[in-house]
Design a protein. Structure first.
Length: 205
């Protein structure tokens, strides 16, 4: 099993060999109780379901509490499935940060920061118009279609709109250090989302 749920605590840095600065992301990974096992015979696919983020019972619905009690797990806020990661795990066991070690390559998935409604310059890296005197097209997107033919705007045109807030997977990250007694994992580089966000960490390759 090389997958776990984690919370992004923030970023820090440390000096490596030769005085080189390493930018690190600190993740609080696990412990994650196993709350479900999916099999090909019963469900059509193989996966393991993990829980993360302990909370009070009043924060969950009765169906959610019943599902967790069936797995002998305390109330947890987040549930996530990891395909093809079940291995020898059983319902009721707990996955900890020990499944990873220093030097492992991982990929981290989670929702990115939401930036609200943005224009085309920030959202799609459009160039700005001339900034000289009399210009009325400094940050406008410009022409979006012909008038006579085809007399419409094609679907998929890059325009202004909601930016961020979608699921992103950052690949090619390296585990620098694991601190099991504090459930911490240090990853070289940046990961999606704001501090406090919930992420999925999987082995990459």
């Amino acid at each position: 099993m090389a997958a776990i749920l984690a919370k992004k605590l923030g970023m820090t840095q440390r000096f490596g060999d030769g005085g080189r600065v390493e930018r690190l992301t600190v993740l609080e990974a696990g412990p994650c109780p196993v709350t479900g096992i999916r099999t090909v015979e019963r469900d059509g696919y193989e996966a393991v379901q993990l829980a993360f983020g302990r909370c009070r019972e009043k924060a969950l619905s009765k169906p959610e509490l019943g599902h967790l009690r069936k797995a002998n797990a305390s109330p947890h806020r987040h549930l996530a499935e990891f395909r093809d990661e079940a291995g020898e795990l059983k319902v009721g066991q707990t996955v900890t940060v020990d499944v990873f070690s220093s030097g492992d390559r991982v990929k981290v998935s989670g929702p990115s920061r939401g930036k609200g409604f943005q224009g085309t310059i920030k959202r799609h890296n459009f160039k700005s118009g001339p900034k000289s005197h009399g210009s009325h097209n400094i940050r406008a997107p410009g022409s979006i279609g012909a008038s006579a033919t085809p007399s419409r705007v094609f679907k998929g045109l890059r325009g202004a709109g909601r930016m961020g807030g979608g699921r992103i997977t950052q690949r090619g990250l390296t585990v620098v250090d694991v601190i099991p007694d504090r459930n911490l994992m240090l990853v070289r580089g940046a990961v999606p989302g704001p501090p406090g966000g919930t992420l999925e960490v999987r082995s990459d390759g």
